[in-house]
Design a binder for this molecule. Structure first.
Ligand code: C2E
Ligand code: SIN
Ligand code: SIN
Ligand code: FE
Ligand code: FE
Length: 678
């Protein structure tokens, strides 16, 4: 069973830029059963679009709750009623069987039902008289129930696929204990309940035939409902209002198995809960979500999100900030005018942090949880609490004009980050122009839908930190930032190496591999967890015996990682085991009786060897002071062809501009740095 929200507005359709996200169409829910039956509940304006996506022939059932225009209007615009290849069963409350004729006779519609080409069969429905559709295991039982609404109305309980779907069009449940008890009865045991929550208690108007969402939530909690979907939104409710409602629902409702949602057009539900988003058959979004689901690394995910956001808005540049504590931390950036694609990687390592406050544009969007579409950042409204920070423009010579800023939300509804897009370029002349409403809409859609991928990749990174922290028990100061830096250097080294090697590099594959190497290289020294503190933290030079023990960290690491069920297990084992092998064959450990040399050492390990030694040299250690970058690169150059793969050393030398940035991005903790100076 699957229910699709086709129209979620009450009273009157209200399509506008402010309602585009939740949708402006009036009441309609589409229900598919596993046996292939197609049912609709109410025929508001949402029915039209539902019809457009149907095949050329078939059979369906439409159940009408009552005759108010917002529940009926879509009927005449539903593709199947115009097609002789379709059979449409129209189930109407018995007092309304002639309603469609009246609509024509009263001059509301130019065509009468008898003139339509579709095969339309009308069936009167009475409360308490159940009806069934189909037979055998696939039999569907529909129970019409009387509900409270001026002029009368029916709700429907549908038993199919061992689940219960419940729908009421317009339905007033507040006011009396009796009506609340009825509501509870109506919802009892429902897997999916779609109900009229036009109001909240603050704007509830008794007697108008609609309910406040708080009353539904209470009734549903008592009735053991699983998924309560609030719909028939008051037409003036903007996306922002409904976002606020959605935010409240996610935070306050945690009783039993109940989950509550603010309905939005295109949302789909199975009895177990919402099905990932597929609005408007937006292939670009769906394909994109599938693509980023493959990436586990945060940098790769950020890179793809930014690239897609820029593609759909024609933005010249963009930045993603992630919320961390009370700050927004610069996480990723693209800027085509300043640094062409090949160079953008550098700016993945910039370090910027700003407090979340209304004074910055990004902070304002984070706090208000709304998007901010500015046509010209130098002509802000005088009353705006935020100002444009021109520091970046001044230091680079770039000229920011239009700016679109929007929030990402995590699954509890908190702002998890900010997407900031800069200078939408007019495709005709390449000049910056304002972001259109359509672009803003698509970017908002994107930001919502990628939020969970973003969250997963943040968690993935935290998981790696978890493993690293285990090692930090021994070596707290060194392991974290060292691992980050080695991971980043290894990733950039890999990219440079492939791009030099291949004439037409496959960017998608590079991005994917790069992200795996970053994660795997971060774990290169995990085996140090098995080495005694006496050796690991010894201030001076190790004795031969001690160093023999120390060398064991390669094998210990590989065996720890053999138990890692994640997709990078093989790669991370290779790296852990071989990162101290040398190009000339004089490294460690001995594997199968010998130490490999040259290309017999896995590429990932040859890469990590360079990243690891470089970072060990430029960092302070308990046994040595830090070297300068030039000194460290000097050693790599000297050891090219001996310790290191010479081709990779050459790539490393070409990265000299990004290396200091990586170091700045992941600094050692202060107490550590202080010790080193001593
Ligand atoms: P690590 O500190 O992460 O160093 C990784 C690698 O960087 C070393 O691998 C070595 O190839 C290179 N490296 C580090 N410092 C220097 C240096 O001052 N000069 C030169 N030429 N190369 C350097 P290696 O030697 O196999 O050591 C593996 C691990 O053993 C090191 O990881 C460190 O944890 C430990 N270790 C090595 N030597 C000493 C030492 O003298 N005292 C102590 N306490 N630990 C040591
Ligand atoms: C899209 O939504 O796929 C493209 C939007 C645009 O390019 O403006
Ligand atoms: C902000 O959002 O205020 C920071 C970005 C900028 O102003 O350039
Ligand atoms: Fe209504
Ligand atoms: Fe090591």
């Amino acid at each position: 069973m699957e229910a699709i929200m086709r129209g979620v507005r009450g009273s009157i359709a209200n399509p506008s830029p402010d309602t585009a996200f939740y949708g402006g169409n009036t009441s309609c829910v589409e229900l598919h059963t596993d046996g292939g039956a197609l049912l609709f509940f109410d025929a508001g304006t949402g029915l039209r679009e539902a019809g457009d996506s149907l095949p050329g022939s078939g059979e369906c059932h439409i159940f009408i709750s009552h005759g108010h225009a917002d529940h009926i209007m879509g009927l005449w615009f539903f593709k199947p009623v115009h097609s002789p290849e379709w059979i449409v069963h129209l189930h109407l409350p018995d007092w309304l069987v002639h309603l469609p004729d009246h609509f024509h006779e009263a001059g509301f519609f130019p065509v009468s039902f008898s003139m339509l080409k579709g095969k339309i069969l009308r069936h009167p429905v009475r409360a308490g008289e159940n009806l069934s559709i189909g037979a055998g295991k696939e039999r569907i039982l529909v129970q019409p129930v009387e509900v409270r609404h001026p002029g009368g109305g029916l709700g429907y309980k549908v038993h199919a696929d061992k689940a219960l779907f419940v729908y009421s069009g317009d339905h007033e449940i507040a006011g009396t204990t009796e009506s609340l008890a009825e509501a509870e009865n109506f919802l009892r045991g429902a897997d999916i309940a779609v109900v009229d929550a036009m109001y909240g208690r603050e704007d509830y108007t008794p007697g108008w035939g609609h309910s406040a969402w708080e009353d539904w939530v209470e009734a549903a909690a008592r009735a053991g409902t699983r998924n309560l979907v609030l719909t028939h939104h008051e037409p003036r409710r903007s996306d922002r209002d409904l976002d606020a409602l959605d935010h409240r629902l996610r935070n306050i409702v945690h009783s039993g198995r109940l989950n509550v949602y603010a309905a939005r057009e295109g949302m789909r539900f199975a009895p177990s809960g919402p099905i990932p988003f597929t609005r408007f058959g937006s292939d670009w979004l769906l394909l994109f979500l599938e693509e980023i689901a493959r990436y586990r690394d945060i940098n790769a995910v950020l890179d793809r999100i930014l690239a897609k956001a820029r593609e759909i808005t024609h933005a010249d540049a963009g930045t993603i900030y992630l919320a961390e504590g009370g700050d927004l931390v610069f996480a990723y950036t693209h800027n085509d005018s300043l640094f062409p694609v090949d160079n953008a990687y550098k700016y993945a390592y910039a370090t910027v942090r700003m407090p979340i406050s209304k004074r910055s544009i990004a902070g304002y969007a984070a706090l208000t949880r709304d998007s901010l579409n500015l046509a010209d950042v130098r002509r802000l409204p005088p009353e705006a609490p935020y100002g444009f920070n021109s520091g970046f423009d001044e230091s680079t010579g770039y000229r920011t004009v239009s700016m679109l800023t929007l929030p990402f939300f995590d699954k509890t509804g908190q702002t998890s980050g900010i997407l900031q897009l800069i200078n939408s370029l007019d495709p005709r002349n390449g000049r910056p122009c304002p972001f259109t409403t359509g672009m803003e809409f698509n970017a908002r859609l994107l930001a919502r839908e990628v939020s969970s991928a973003l969250e997963h990749s943040v968690l993935e990174r935290k998981g790696i930190y978890g493993i690293l922290r285990m090692a930090e028990v021994h070596d707290p100061a060194e392991t974290g930032p060292h691992a980050e830096r080695v991971g980043s250097i290894a990733a950039e080294l890999y990219q440079r190496w492939v791009e030099k090697l291949e004439e037409t590099p496959d960017r998608e594959r590079i991005r994917y591999e790069k992200n795996r190497i970053r994660l795997a290289a971060m774990l290169h020294d995990i085996g140090k967890v098995g080495i005694s503190d006496l050796i690991l933290k010894k201030p001076g030079k190790l004795t031969d015996e001690e160093f023999a023990v120390m060398r064991g960290h390669s094998q210990i690491g590989a065996s720890i990682l053999a138990g890692d069920a994640s997709g990078i297990s093989g790669l991370s084992q290779d790296i852990a085991l071989h990162h101290h092998q040398k190009w000339n064959g004089r490294g460690y450990p001995v594997v199968n009786g010998k130490t490999p040399s040259g290309e017999a050492i896995p590429l990932s390990a040859r890469i990590t060897a360079i990243a690891d030694v470089f970072d060990a040299l430029v960092s302070p250690r308990c046994y040595k002071k830090s070297w300068s970058i030039e000194e460290a690169l000097g050693l790599l150059r000297k050891e090219a062809g001996e310790h290191f793969d010479p081709a990779l050393v050459e790539c490393m030398l070409e990265l000299s501009d990004v290396l200091p940035l990586i170091h700045e991005r992941f600094p050692d903790p202060p107490q550590k740095a202080g010790m080193a100076g001593a």
